[in-house]
Each structure stands twice: as structure tokens, then as C-alpha cells.
Write a protein that binds this ligand. Structure first.
Ligand code: BT5
Length: 251
């Protein structure tokens, strides 16, 4: 089913803006935040022409087959790091609700189904005169994106590949926003512990930012604790983590 303003208005009891095609919902959400949008407001698009990932990477969100949305939140500065976790937890719940049996969160912000990336979360803080005005929680979810013949074929998946059943995108948006609201009501500790439990790399040997070691744990800030092969303790705040072969190097 197509996404439209009418359909979403019938489903969402919240302040939102819908666009057929945008460059990036995060950009529009930032502008709206600066214009005084209320916490919980959402920017939803059917298609993004220049969807963004971290570090200027591209996020593929073609028309008619994905979810692309940004939610505006106004957390206290010390709770801003939780927004990333809330986004990943809400998508994890969505995947489970849709019928995906195997789902996990790949540190820090990917939701994986059957070991492949079904969703990415990009949070961006908006500052004004040195104070945190708000956080834009941008979420992309593959619903029925066809990755055949693309570079992403080996690493990406759509919800419908896993469920083998058609999904209604408007209903998915409604459920995702409800899950975000639900997690926003929880304490920082509940959010952190739930996020930590769903991480799929803890206890494994990984490579992160060119360093190999054991992914031991995460800190409440969201940083990943690594015990390197040289037995050094490392706290990684941002990066891409990959499972490494389970052989320990001998120095
Ligand atoms: C992310 O970045 O995963 C964050 C993606 C956030 C997208 C949402 S959509 C709504 C909002 N508006 C935006 O403009 N952005 C947010 P990162 O971890 O850097 O991953 C990016 C990498 O994922 C790319 O370099 C590709 O390798 C891969 N990728 C791109 N599109 C993908 C897709 N649709 N499914 C799976 N992998 C994808």
C-alpha cells in the first residue's frame, strides 16, 4: 500500500509532516526543530533522494518500498545518548512484531535481521547558543527494497524477505512511533539495559576502527569496551564493528 498524508492522518495521533520525496527527513526535521516543533513530532517521507548515514555515507531509500522518518526529541543534555538506543530498540520491536524471528542490534545503531542490516539509525544533535535544543532521531527501514544486483546485496535485507508476507507501511510507521513513545517513557537504566541485552556482538571477537579484540561490554554512554589482542582496554565511542575470525594473534 502507498504512503499518503490521508492514510497517515487516519493512523497517527501526533504532530507530523509527510512528504512524497525529500533529500533527507533529518534535514527537514532539524529546520522544524529550530522553528519550535514539539517533542515527538515526526517528519515522514515516501522517498529520500539523498538519505544520509553516518560520516556522510549514503542511505538508500527508494520510493514505495521503505520507511524514512525523523522524530524530534528534546531530551536533557545528559540523556541525549539514549536517543540512539531508543531508535534501535523501537526498530528491533518493529521487526519482532512484523514476524522476524531472528533480530539483533549491531553496535551502535544497526538493526539486523538474519544477520543482515534491515535498518539504520542516525541521530543528530541540534545546538543553539551552546545549549542542546533537541535531537533528531532519523530511522530508515527496508520494507521491500530489492537489493538484487546492488552493492548492498550481501549485507542488506528487507523485512518482507524475512517475513515472507506483505506488510503495510503505514501500519509499520504507526507501530514504530508507538514503540519510540513507549521507550521514551522508560528510565535511562531500563533503556540502556534493554539495548545492551539486544546487542549481538558482545562476547565476540571483533574488529573495530582497525583494532581487533574482544567486545566485552558497553558503557552507559553507549561506548563499546574492547579488550584488545594486546590486552589493552579500549573504549570506542564511534565506528563500525565487524565480527573477526576467532583466532587470537600471537605476538
Ligand atoms: C546508518 O548509517 O545506518 C544510518 C541510516 C539512517 C537513515 C535514516 S532514513 C531517515 C533519516 N534521514 C536521513 O537522511 N537519514 C536517516 P551508517 O551506519 O553510516 O550506514 C550507512 C551504510 O549502510 C552505507 O554506507 C551502506 O553501506 C549501507 N546502506 C545504505 N543504505 C542501506 C539500506 N537501505 N539498507 C541496508 N544498508 C544500507
Amino acid at each position: 500500500m502507498t504512503l499518503s498524508l490521508d492514510i497517515l492522518q487516519g493512523k497517527l495521533a501526533r504532530c507530523f509532516r509527510f512528504y512524497q520525496s525529500v533529500d533527507s527527513t533529518n534535514d527537514l526535521a532539524k529546520d522544524w526543530l529550530l522553528d519550535g516543533a514539539p517533542a515527538g513530532a515526526a517528519v515522514i517521507a515516501d522517498e529520500q533522494r539523498r538519505g544520509r548515514g553516518r560520516q556522510g555515507r549514503l542511505w538508500h531509500s527508494p520510493p514505495g518500498v521503505a520507511l524514512a522518518l525523523s522524530v524530534l526529541l528534546r531530551p536533557a543534555e545528559e540523556e541525549a545518548a539514549l536517543v540512539n538506543m531508543i531508535g534501535a530498540l523501537a526498530v528491533y520491536d518493529l521487526a519482532k512484531q512484523a514476524g522476524c524471528d531472528e533480530a539483533g542490534i549491531k553496535w551502535p545503531n544497526d538493526v539486523q535481521v538474519n544477520g543482515k542490516k534491515v535498518s539504520g539509525v542516525l541521530t543528530e544533535n541540534v545546538w543553539e547558543s551552546g545549549r542542546l535544543l533537541g535531537v533528531v532521531l532519523g530511522i530508515g527501514v527496508n520494507v521491500r527494497v530489492d537489493f538484487a544486483g546492488t552493492d548492498l546485496h550481501a549485507s542488506a535485507i528487507s523485512l518482507e524477505d524475512a517475513t515472507q508476507a506483505p506488510l503495510d507501511r503505514a501500519e509499520l510507521v504507526r507501530h514504530l512511533l508507538r514503540r519510540i513513545d513507549c521507550w521514551r517513557d522508560k528510565s535511562a537504566e531500563e533503556i540502556f539495559m534493554a539495548w545492551r541485552r539486544r546487542l549481538n556482538m558482545l562476547g565476540k571477537r571483533v574488529t573495530v576502527n582497525g583494532v581487533q579484540g574482544l567486545a566485552q561490554d558497553v558503557a552507559p554512554s553507549g561506548a563499546l569496551r574492547i579488550k584488545t589482542d594486546k590486552a589493552e582496554a579500549l573504549l570506542v565511542h564511534a565506528g563500525d564493528v565487524f565480527e573477526a575470525p576467532n583466532t587470537w594473534s600471537v605476538e
